[in-house]
Design a protein around this ligand. Structure first.
Ligand SMILES: NC(=O)c1ccc[n+]([C@@H]2O[C@H](COP(=O)([O-])OP(=O)(O)OC[C@H]3O[C@@H](n4cnc5c(N)ncnc54)[C@H](OP(=O)(O)O)[C@@H]3O)[C@@H](O)[C@H]2O)c1
Length: 346
């Protein structure tokens, strides 16, 4: 393992909730974590879709970048050097060692994040992402490209925020094979179904979830199981060596479920929940999403959870991974833990 660069130059493509939180924490506890490991982080570039971009080889003033972004203003005044016209220009030219891809997910194609990751890897930058798109649609080719370039492509934040799944499977289970998994991974449908158990109509429960700001911009992505299907692909591709894309997932959403069904399930000692499963089959890994009656005592439906996953392995039996309330802080932590992993040669 070659020694990490000093300073470590970081470029952010996307400076929304996750990117900004990461930058805030880099000025505090994350900076301390890195310095304690002998690493000196320096953010040399930030790019956005509609709020400009800025590069400074000496390091951008993060507090100023954050206050411009919070005010909805452009980052352009912070830029030093020749003008960069496009995101592609930015990715090709920013002086950096690690690129963070933290733009929004396009659940139909995974773009433009896949292109961003490819451009950065081809340049020999490590890539860290919390975006599910590149992992669900192109993980195999991106990992192969990263290997050829001698860099890392890591994505801990793509499922269950920063809860360790991928880094755990990769580092702590040597030689063990993941045979399959089952997971409760879409918090919007969990919330809606639990409100329906309490007597709310499906429409009321959806309105409540929207008011709480937990649904996707288009709630059909949650209700029809697309979000869960994308997560199922991310997990199957990363943990089981599959190459499954969201359209190949056998998918059923919760739109047809009535409050009466949710309540009847509960009376019989079950909770109706949208469950993602993967199994190994003779022709490859099969991923499915659909509503299931889960026994009330099951690990997946224990109280207070934002998500839960059970991996079935050959050498370690079943392993459960559980997340309490998750969100932006946990996702920002995933960027930090992946950053440490790529710099330490994982
Ligand atoms: N929020 C969470 O808790 C969470 C949890 C797990 C995973 N994630 C994933 O993390 C990623 C980022 O989430 P977020 O909540 O930070 O999103 P967000 O608040 O919507 O911010 C997205 C950022 O990306 C920029 N952007 C959009 N399209 C771009 C493009 N083509 N090129 C360059 N920049 C572009 C936006 O620029 P403008 O501001 O100019 O539009 C904005 O700065 C997403 O893929 C999300 O699914 C988020």
């Amino acid at each position: 393992v070659s020694p990490p660069p000093d300073p470590v130059r970081l470029a952010l493509v996307g400076f929304g909730s996750v990117g900004r939180r990461f930058a805030e924490l880099l000025g505090g506890p994350y900076g301390r974590v890195l310095r304690a490991r002998g690493l000196r982080p320096r953010v040399t570039g930030i790019a956005t879709a509609r709020h400009g971009l800025a590069v400074d080889p000496e390091g951008l003033p993060l507090a100023r970048a954050l206050s411009l972004a919070r005010a909805g203003r452009t980052l352009d005044p912070l830029h030093r050097g020749p003008r960069l016209r496009t995101i592609a220009d930015f990715i090709r030219r920013v002086p950096a060692d690690v690129l963070f891809e933290i733009t929004p997910l396009d659940p139909r194609t995974g773009q433009p994040a896949i292109r961003h990751a490819q451009m950065a890897l081809r340049r020999g930058l490590h890539v860290v992402t919390a975006n599910k798109g590149p992992v669900a649609f192109a993980r195999r080719s991106l990992r192969a490209l990263a290997r050829r370039q001698g860099v890392g492509f890591l994505h801990e934040g793509a499922v269950m925020d920063g809860t360790p799944i991928f880094n755990l499977a990769e580092r702590c289970l040597p030689g063990a094979r993941v045979l399959g998994f089952r997971g409760l991974l879409n918090s919007t449908t969990t919330r809606i179904l639990s409100r329906m158990e309490q007597g709310r109509s499906a429409e009321e429960a959806l309105r409540e979830a929207q008011a709480a700001g937990v649904t996707e911009a288009d709630p059909r992505h949650d209700l029809e199981g697309w979000d869960a299907a994308v997560k199922g692909c991310v997990l199957a591709n990363a943990l089981m060596g599959a190459d499954v894309r969201p359209p190949q997932v056998r998918r059923k959403g919760i739109s047809g479920i009535t409050g009466a069904q949710a309540q009847a399930a509960l009376r019989s000692g079950h909770r109706l929940r949208l469950i993602v499963r993967a199994v190994r089959a003779p022709r490859g890994v099969l991923v499915s999403v659909g509503p299931e009656k889960v026994p009330v005592g099951d690990f997946l439906v224990s109280a207070g959870s934002d998500g839960a996953l059970v991996l079935a392995t050959d050498l370690m039996g079943e392993i459960g991974i559980w997340e309490g309330a998750g969100g932006v802080d946990q996702t920002a932590y995933a960027l930090l833990s992946d950053l440490v992993a790529v710099l330490e040669g994982a």
